[in-house]
Design a protein around this ligand. Structure first.
Ligand code: CP
Ligand code: NVA
Length: 312
């Protein structure tokens, strides 16, 4: 390891940022796209996808281009993490060509190992999580950006999350905690936050409020958020999950308890399961704003990681 080594700032979940850093990323994300300096300066950004993606891949590629970098999207079979070679060797290989490694992985531990391998080798290349089974931080950044656009500073607002306490929920819960947003969660038995989640959100300054009653969570909320009942990799559990989540659909009747609330969904949406077509396609839905914000949030994050100041 050379003495010039600077530890990279890996972002595997939202709480890898401090509250101040999170605010800086969002401030950068809010800047007009062309106003940020091209901090990537022609350097490569590896975008590895072990799972399908419409929004994240396109948002990330365009964010990299917007900062003067060169995105290279890589499908699972091309690198074969832990099949063709180890996650550690994939990370070290990609770091030979790229200044940032972003990855969507089936197993969160793979990201931890990639980041660890780069640190151990003294390589100053950050690893960014583009969704794992545990977390989806770049989604949560876009969600906070959306809340800012809807409400100004969202501190003191209430988001009701109805559904699975999954990867999207974990990152959203951390983001809300760090931004002073109250998050109320409605989930059925067996799909609620586990004690580790509760402890981690508490460390981030939040409080996990969980109920089995969607109406109780949604009553008077400023935003109602849901995600799929069956995440990528859980397809074998689809029938069991659909049974468990019956009664947790975000529909027009549930929304009568929160007459002013906007409706959020990370997408892809399954109309008729976690949300009705009437709601996701209705006037209170901000899902397409969230989707567009994925690019702005990733641009803000990459700009921040590569040293752009908020005033630039
Ligand atoms: N919300 C989200 O991450 O979408 P994709 O899976 O299409 O990237
Ligand atoms: N929870 C979902 C999010 C998709 C963006 C999944 O992991 O499939």
């Amino acid at each position: 390891m050379s003495s010039a080594w600077i530890a990279p700032h890996h972002v595997l979940d939202v709480d890898d940022l401090s509250c101040g850093e999170l605010a800086s990323v969002l401030d950068l994300a809010e800047k007009p796209p062309g106003s940020l300096s091209p901090v990537l300066g022609g350097s490569g950004v590896a975008l590895v996808f072990e799972r399908p993606s419409a929004r994240t891949r396109n948002a990330a590629e365009m964010a990299v281009v917007g900062l003067g970098g060169h995105p290279v999207s890589i499908a699972a079979a091309e690198v074969g993490i832990d099949q063709r070679e180890t996650a550690e060797d994939v990370a070290r290989t990609l770091a030979c060509y790229h200044g940032t490694i972003c990855a969507r992985v089936a197993d969160h531990e793979v990201l931890v190992r990639m980041a660890g391998a780069l640190d151990a080798a003294g390589v100053s290349v950050p690893v960014v999580n583009l969704l794992s089974d545990r977390a989806h931080p770049s989604q949560a950044l876009a969600d906070l950006l959306t809340l800012r656009q809807c409400f100004g500073d969202p501190a003191g607002r209430t988001v009701a999350y109805v559904g699975d306490a999954n990867n999207v929920w974990r990152s959203l819960a951390l983001a809300c905690a760090m931004a002073g947003v109250r998050l109320r969660t409605a989930a059925p038995d067996g799909y609620r936050p586990d004690p580790d989640d509760v402890e981690r959100v508490a460390r981030a300054g939040g409080d996990v409020e969980v109920t089995g009653d969607p109406l109780e969570a949604v009553a008077g909320a400023d935003a109602v958020y849901t995600d799929v009942w069956v995440s990528m990799g859980q397809e074998a559990e689809a029938d069991q999950r659909r049974r468990a989540f019956s009664g947790f659909t975000v529909d027009a009747e549930l929304l009568t308890a929160a007459p002013e609330a906007v409706v959020m969904h990370c997408l892809p949406a399954h109309r008729g399961d976690e949300i009705t077509a009437e709601v996701v396609d209705g006037p209170r839905s901000v899902v397409w704003r969230q989707a567009a914000n994925r690019q702005h949030a990733l641009r803000g994050l990459l700009a921040w990681l590569h040293g752009a100041g908020v005033a630039t």
